[in-house]
Design a protein around this ligand. Structure first.
Ligand code: S3P
Length: 172
């Protein structure tokens, strides 16, 4: 089995497939998995929606930054990042220092299909439509692309295929 020593940070919009790909990398390649949203929810004993409602978005963003800072010593870990993580330069710096940053891209239509029946993302809760997703994605895209060491498109693709692309690039 090929072991991935460096960490992999999966970035991308909500619904881009970060959690699915991260679980596959954990299961098939024995990487340790860190799901940022889940870790923050466990630490705060509240859902992401409750954190936003109780403390506001900035508080949540600081929790993300603190969590990433604490991951610098990790190895062989795949981190499924919250969709907003690359918006802060210090987060990108922290990720770059300990691993490779992989941007999972998806079209607004694909994203909408993947998230339309969910209610755990406060930023989309009252804007669950393709147009809003397209606008937010476009405004974030420069940050995603600037942060990424590689981009992998996920539209209509099998998760195993996506993992193979990520890991073969890692070996090169
Ligand atoms: C967010 C994405 C969410 C979560 C929070 C904010 C964002 O994570 O961190 O709702 O700003 O894009 P996922 O990308 O895992 O859905």
């Amino acid at each position: 089995m090929h072991r991935q020593r460096k960490n992999v940070f999966l970035i991308g919009f909500m619904g881009a497939g970060k959690s699915t790909v991260a679980r596959e990398l954990e299961g098939r390649y024995g990487m340790r998995l860190i799901e940022m949203d889940e870790q923050i929810e466990a630490q705060e004993k509240m859902s992401i929606s409750e954190i936003f409602a109780t403390h506001g978005e900035e508080y949540f963003r600081q929790l993300e930054t603190d969590l990433l800072e604490g991951l610098k010593q990790e190895e062989n870990t795949v981190v499924s990042c919250g969709g907003g993580v690359p918006m802060r330069a210090c987060n990108v710096e922290a990720m770059r220092g300990s691993g490779r940053i992989v941007y999972l891209s998806a079209s607004p239509e694909t994203i909408y299909e993947r998230v339309r029946h969910t209610h755990n993302r406060p930023l989309l809760e009252n804007h669950m439509n393709v147009e809003y997703i397209r606008e937010l994605l476009e405004s974030r895209l420069p940050h995603y692309l600037a942060a990424a060491d590689m981009t992998v498109n996920t539209d209509g693709r099998d998760v195993k295929d996506i993992c193979d692309e990520i890991l073969s690039a890692a070996k090169a």
